[in-house]
Design a protein around this ligand. Sequence first.
Ligand SMILES: C[S@@+](CC[C@H](N)C(=O)[O-])C[C@H]1O[C@@H](n2cnc3c(N)ncnc32)[C@H](O)[C@@H]1O
Length: 154
Amino acid sequence: MSVPPEREQPSTYFVQDRANQSEFERLQVQDQMVTSKMGGILPEQPEPEKLRRVLDVGCGTGGWLLETARTYPTIETLIGVDVSAKMLEFAREQAQQQGVGTRVEFTQMDALRMLEFPTGYFSLVNARFSLSYLRTWDWPKFVSELARVTRAGA
Ligand SMILES: C[S@@+](CC[C@H](N)C(=O)[O-])C[C@H]1O[C@@H](n2cnc3c(N)ncnc32)[C@H](O)[C@@H]1O
């Protein structure tokens, strides 16, 4: 499903102008700082090389997903979803430049709705800074959708 351009704004995301070059730069700096302070991309995972399919919800410029693809060539498919077409265009260019375009896909999707993936499809789902667009009452459905598309014990 693609999101019609007229729906891109207004959005619940607290940054309304997402097509702005300085917003892409701000997100890239923020991504690198946060990943570094987290202790890496997957610091809690004992065996990241065993993951097969990874989803990043609200992927923004794709920094986390692209670094995951570069670091773990054994992960077969990495999918980033975001509501913003401009953000995804930028992320796709980065994937091509970084030589991971065959394993990484960026797809337009509204995470406030049902995620358009089968139940148990992913080994791991990542969602950072979701508080920037989720309202208090959106969280239960959002978390249950993330759990639905994640394979138990993967
Ligand atoms: C602060 S950025 C976080 C980017 C990335 N997760 C990171 O950690 O660097 C939030 C992202 O959520 C996206 N977003 C906002 N509302 C959304 C929605 N309803 N569904 C999916 N993505 C959304 C925005 O377009 C933006 O790219």
